[in-house]
Design a protein around this ligand. Sequence first.
Ligand code: SF4
Length: 282
Amino acid sequence: MEIIIDDRSGFCFGVKKAIELAEEEAGKNQSIYCLGEIVHNSEEVHRLEKRGVKFIDRETFFTLSDCKVLFRAHGEPPETYRYAREHNIEVIDATCPVVLKLQEKVRRAQESNPQAQLVIFGKPDHPEVIGLRGQVEKSIIVQSVEELSGINFDKPIFLFAQTTKDRKHYAEIQEEIRKRLKDPETNLITYDSICGQVANRAPWLAEFSQTVDNLIFVGGKTSSNSKMLFSICKQNNPSSFFISHPDDLDHVDLPQAKRIGITGATSTPQWLIEEVAEKLKK
Ligand code: SF4
């Protein structure tokens, strides 16, 4: 049996930097809070909790004062920074530079034409989208072509996507908006805001999954990106299995176990992938 770990697996650089900062702060033996799950992977969250990082939700954050809080890679709206300033909260800002640039583009777009509609293709309750919405007074969030009915097609549109969205789906949204606008050439400005770290993983996994007999995909149960990437693996290699923990291997039946590939999402820690490989060897 040959075990092949996908050499492109592991965290994206934005999440990697956020986790390094959390570890650094926890290592100083001071109390450090992190606003929201640092990554959609409970194994990684538990590991950091053991090191002393306290994860809090938004509601709890807005009751704190005189402490240190890490803002994760997804970014935050201005009101979160404002509250921190007013309540003596030291911010350890791990917002990914890609997200920071996107927030700036959203602000600039609105400043350039306050009459235009700002449309974001994303999940309304996703932290990155909450951060983006907070940059402007008004925005319209859409998740599908069916939700485009909330847009006024007589007005110009700036169109953005959450960085982790699927490129194909975004292209469908763009196409549909173009069809409905009277003069799409002048009334629609689209931004290619999907992050390459995520977008490039999908075509790579389609390729990688075909090079092995069986594929183990390690991902968080609540991570939508994990689910999306796993479905690509499954389409390209029907003998693909989704697990979240090495112990889940006990329930996996590997029928032609000659070459087994192990991979994960951009939110899956490399140490977890290696633990899965170790367990598989045993
Ligand atoms: S997926 Fe891209 S934008 Fe999101 S945190 Fe990672 S590097 Fe940054």
